[in-house]
Design a protein around this ligand. Structure first.
Ligand code: NAP
Length: 266
């Protein structure tokens, strides 16, 4: 089996990475940064986002494992004290694969040209480069509302505990193939109106944003921020691809939510 390790880059994560790499090589696993069967991410949830984007073109071939060297994570669920146990499990045990849905983002441009496609593990946000964001929001090809405000955030179920949660969105279990659209400070008064609640769309629905004034937008995809010019539309839907996690023990999602946001004791 071929493996790769990505690290947050701090001393603690790097030391742990070296240790794991040595142990796994001792078990005759092969280190292959380009085509790993397993990618171990050492750091935090942010580190796993980087690892995901590094291998996003081979998601059907690379499974992920997260080790956290800081606080408990949603994607990084092993602690440094457990790495001997983890290494033996990776080397010896056939692992179970858990799949989580991803978000597909397609940006189309005014003057034709090639569309751009991204996959997000957490979310994609759209903000105006200057002033208020004004977008017509279509759901499943039908006009839904004209949004005016700071921006819109479209998240995956596993990303629902990140930026989406800070915007008052719901937490979605990652077994649900859905995406969630959350508003950032919408303008609501007697003239302008938006629904005001987060929307959860099933996997056969699309949400498309069409610019009303201005065509340049700041679009984020997880940790990446990209400036897009001459935008005609931005379409979101549940992606056909999924992220695969290698699981060696149960780690229930609601326990992670509880331990992260309520208390880490029982
Ligand atoms: P960052 O600003 O350095 O860290 C963002 C924080 O979000 C970190 O504490 C990270 O955990 C945590 N996080 C990442 N994915 C999560 C998830 N699925 N559930 C719960 N917490 C999660 O940025 P970054 O490390 O490059 O990560 C980019 C992410 O930051 C974006 O995808 C977005 O979700 C999030 N973000 C949140 C806000 C907000 O809450 N107001 C604003 C902007 C961006 P670790 O410390 O374990 O890495």
């Amino acid at each position: 089996m071929k493996f790769a390790i990505t690290t947050k880059g701090d001393t603690r994560s790097n030391t742990l990475m070296q240790k794991m790499r040595t142990y796994l090589l001792d078990f005759d696993l092969i280190y292959d940064e380009d085509q790993p069967d397993i990618c171990l991410s050492v750091g935090g949830d942010g580190t796993l986002l980087y690892a995901f984007h590094r291998y996003s073109s081979r998601l059907d071939k690379t499974a992920f494992i997260g080790v956290h060297t800081g606080h408990l994570g949603f994607y990084a669920d092993w602690v440094p004290e457990e790495i001997e146990k983890l290494v033996i499990a990776v080397a010896k045990t056939p692992y179970q694969v858990i799949e989580y849905p991803l978000l597909e983002v397609i940006i189309r441009y005014q003057h034709g040209g090639r569309e751009t496609r991204y996959l997000a593990l957490n979310e994609s946000t759209v903000k105006s480069v200057e002033g208020t964001l004004v977008m017509d929001v279509e759901i499943r090809g039908q006009h839904f509302e004209r949004f005016r405000g700071d921006g819109l955030c479209v998240s995956t179920p596993s990303g629902s505990t990140a930026y989406n949660k800070a915007l008052g969105g719901a937490i979605l279990h990652p077994s649900l193939r859905a995406i969630q659209v959350a508003e950032m400070a919408s303008i609501n008064n007697r003239v302008f109106r938006t629904v005001g609640s987060p929307l959860i769309l099933p996997d056969h629905h699309t949400c498309t944003l069409k610019p009303v004034n201005g065509q340049d937008f700041q679009v984020t995809v997880d940790h990446l921020t990209l400036l897009h010019k001459d935008v005609k539309s931005i379409q979101f839907r549940v992606a056909d691809e999924k992220i695969r996690f290698a699981r060696f023990r149960p780690f229930p999602f609601w326990k992670r939510v509880h331990d992260s946001f309520i208390s880490d004791s029982d």
